[in-house]
Design a protein around this ligand. Sequence first.
Ligand SMILES: CCCCCC/C=C/C(=O)SCCNC(=O)CCNC(=O)[C@H](O)C(C)(C)COP(=O)(O)OP(=O)(O)OC[C@H]1O[C@@H](n2cnc3c(N)ncnc32)[C@H](O)[C@@H]1OP(=O)(O)O
Length: 364
Amino acid sequence: MNRTAMRASQKDFENSMNQVKLLKKDPGNEVKLKLYALYKQATEGPCNMPKPGVFDLINKAKWDAWNALGSLPKEAARQNYVDLVSSLSPSLESSSQVEPGTDRKSTGFETLVVTSEDGITKIMFNRPKKKNAINTEMYHEIMRALKAASKDDSIITVLTGNGDYYSSGNDLTNFTDIPPGGVEEKAKNNAVLLREFVGCFIDFPKPLIAVVNGPAVGISVTLLGLFDAVYASDRATFHTPFSHLGQSPEGCSSYTFPKIMSPAKATEMLIFGKKLTAGEACAQGLVTEVFPDSTFQKEVWTRLKAFAKLPPNALRISKEVIRKREREKLHAVNAEECNVLQGRWLSDECTNAVVNFLSRKSKL
Ligand SMILES: CCCCCC/C=C/C(=O)SCCNC(=O)CCNC(=O)[C@H](O)C(C)(C)COP(=O)(O)OP(=O)(O)OC[C@H]1O[C@@H](n2cnc3c(N)ncnc32)[C@H](O)[C@@H]1OP(=O)(O)O
């Protein structure tokens, strides 16, 4: 049947609204914005609300979507809404199945899969559809998982990503839910969270290994300077586009990167945003060893299992000896980086970069 030739009844429209509530699989922000706009147009007609301010990102995106429908008649908007919801039905049908690599809850975490086996606690970022971008919940869960791993009976702790990315770094939607105190309060809260988050890596007492299964961006790269070993697939890339985003380095990278790779090489990455291949990152000391993607998991896990058989106290004590002179310095660097970033997040440069990404005008 040609649905576009039909006119959806009020009943069809209401059924579709109920169907949307039952969607278990997130249809993505773009579709959600379309649904919102069509709903408003179908129920209230053309947008005549005042345009929200540039910092009110979510409401501005909604307003833009609604306003873009111009003078589309209510009946046509209702029909388009019904059609759009019916096009989402495959996700309704498949939502009860557990697909590999979906954002499913596991072992008490929403954004991670945490397992402990063979003396290894594995903390896996598990938002593969969002390229493992780290949202606020994930920051908190990683801290919780690290604190638990520091006390459990595992010997080493591993961070890795589910899906094709290791992590695309900070989830840029973290900048959108503005609290009553406005953007200043948001920036302050983010700085407090970031400082505590990076502090957990500085203080982590057991050997901490990154298994970088694919591209890494932003904070997922800078933190690598605080790991004890970094193994990478040859598919991995390392990208810190802070200047492009109007931001500045974090994760203690302003201190660790120049030490690891020389000040000039660190400048290319942290200031000019040069993306490194796994081979380049290894040559510059950020990555310990690179493996062909086809054998990466097998080779790395065989090695890690052997490490986890070593005497645990010797591992911990050796890490402590290597790291303890640096700890105070690292906390000071972390505090300063977070302070600087708090200011950056309020800048037009940063706001424009985030708005451009969220409105699909730019990608890295
Ligand atoms: C408490 C705050 C602490 C802040 C600490 C400071 C940290 C700084 C950083 O980490 S800076 C780095 C920030 N990251 C980025 O700028 C990456 C942005 N993402 C991209 O440019 C691209 O998504 C990509 C190059 C990583 C991948 O491109 P592509 O392969 O074409 O995939 P998609 O873009 O279609 O992505 C799929 C899906 O994921 C969403 N997504 C990916 N990365 C992020 C992200 N970092 N933040 C939010 N959302 C992200 C993307 O929007 C798509 O969503 P959709 O399917 O459209 O709903």
